[in-house]
Design a protein around this ligand. Structure first.
Ligand code: PMP
Length: 439
């Protein structure tokens, strides 16, 4: 696989080598890196991207779910181009902020009020600040495998080794990176996803310290792991019982329903972090929730919480975000779900045909391939002796013009056609045939 990849991506290899002189690893995003070297992409159009050698790829990664309408969508481009002729940033409000805020607060059940920032990382960071200030407590419960961006408080137990037994609610956060001070770990507790008893145990012993339960209602980066029936409702109940705020990280899951996973599953959090699709492809994050909690950010009040950012609510992002959310109506989401079903069915058929020990987790237009006998329900159950095969599948798919995440995540865009799905399924079947010979 690697040899074929090297052969067709000669210019990406050169670009990467040159970039390495000025950027460690030749890139500026850890998650976008893979071996032998990542692609350098020259352009994108609709559901496709093109690399520096001119090779074409159907994009099933869509910038980790951000590009829900594919690349260079004409409607979004038109709105952004018109907007930026007026200038791109001033230290003042613009009307478009209110427009996007009204769309989001109108759709998302737990969002009375919202504030914009520039990334999902900032969104979870400010949501936690709001929760800590509101409750006057320092600690946070997060789930093993949960990804919430790259600020200190959430860089724990995202991808601990298989030896870590997550059945033990030992609450010991494992730093995912060096450089996070020990002192931060003191205020982080970790529970397995889909295990409300583990959360309850932490709350029973440490409840008075805990400000927030932070959870992706469907785990994204960990492998598209949906909640078991009743799990989110049970977290809601526990949060209420212990006076803790329930914070949903819907940075990826907002795409699942007009009102996000919280509307789909009928459980309303106190605070919600969002990002990606609400910026129409531009840098964005936002957090919001109950008016009473969000009121802490009102500068009319003395002692208000600080939340600044030079590019918060900037014109390009707001224009693209309004356009993106306007395109994403009920019909668009229903169609994405149908395409998702088609992709899942095709992948399952290929897995069955070649008797590969793999499973597919899917919800709506997000999907993850796992080399496990049974669909994982938490981080620990994603472990498999065949886990390394994901990297092979990734390279083999690239060689066949299908762009996915090295860890097996796929997601769809509204500009995809049935024929695009079928083309990807054919490539996938081809790869499964090859993988079955490796077993
Ligand atoms: N939360 C979740 C659930 C995410 O998937 C991501 C990004 N993949 C983030 C937060 C961080 O967002 P950003 O990369 O915009 O900082």
């Amino acid at each position: 696989a690697e040899e074929a990849y090297r052969k067709r991506t000669e210019r990406s290899r050169e670009a990467h080598a040159a970039a390495q002189k000025v950027m460690p690893g030749g890139d500026t995003r850890t998650i976008a890196f893979f071996k032998p070297y990542p692609l350098t992409v020259s352009r994108g159009s609709g559901p496709r991207i093109y690399d520096a050698d001119g090779c074409e790829y159907l994009d099933f990664l869509n910038n980790y779910t951000a590009m829900i309408h594919g690349h260079a969508h004409p409607f979004i481009l038109e709105k952004v181009q018109a907007a930026i002729t007026l200038g791109t940033g001033y230290a003042a409000a613009i009307a478009e902020q209110r427009e996007l805020a009204e769309i989001l607060c109108g759709r998302i059940p737990g969002m009375d009020q919202v504030r914009f920032c520039n990334s999902g990382t900032e969104a979870t960071m400010f949501a936690l600040r709001a929760a800590r200030a509101y409750t006057g407590r320092p600690a946070v419960i997060k789930m093993e495998g949960g990804y919430h961006g790259t600020h200190d408080a959430v860089e724990f137990s995202i991808a601990p080794g298989a030896e870590r037994d997550s059945r033990q609610p030992g609450w010991t956060p494992i730093p995912d990176t060096k450089g996070v001070p020990e002192s931060v770990a003191r205020d982080v507790y970790v529970a397995p996803f889909n295990d409300p008893a583990a959360v309850e145990e932490i709350l029973r012993q440490k409840g008075e310290e805990v400000a927030a339960i932070l959870v992706e209602p469907v785990m994204g980066v960990a492998g598209v792991i949906p909640p078991l029936p009743g799990y989110l409702a049970e977290l809601r109940r526990l949060a209420d019982q212990y006076g803790v705020l329930l914070v949903f990280d819907e940075v990826q899951t907002l795409r699942l329903d007009l009102g996000g996973a919280q509307r789909k599953f009928g459980v309303t959090p106190d605070l919600t972090a969002i990002g990606k699709i609400i910026g129409g492809g531009f840098p964005v994050g936002a957090f919001g929730g109950r008016a009473e909690i969000m009121a802490q950010f009102d500068p009319n009040q003395s002692g208000c919480l600080s939340q600044s950012g030079t590019f918060n609510g900037n014109r390009a992002t707001m224009a693209a975000g309004i356009a993106s959310m306007t395109l994403l109506d009920e019909r668009a989401i229903a169609r994405l779900d149908l395409l998702g079903e088609r992709l899942e069915a095709g992948m399952r058929a290929a897995i069955g045909r070649y008797a590969v020990p793999a499973s597919v987790n899917r919800i709506g237009s997000m999907l993850n391939l796992h080399f496990t006998e049974r669909p994982p329900v938490d981080y620990a159950s994603t472990h498999s002796p065949y886990k390394e095969l994901s990297k092979l599948v990734h390279l083999e798919l690239l060689n066949r013009g299908v762009f996915t995440a090295p860890r097996g995540m796929w997601n769809l865009s509204t500009v995809m056609e049935e024929t695009d799905i079928d083309q990807a399924v054919d490539a996938f079947a081809d790869v499964m045939a090859k993988v079955s010979r490796h077993l």
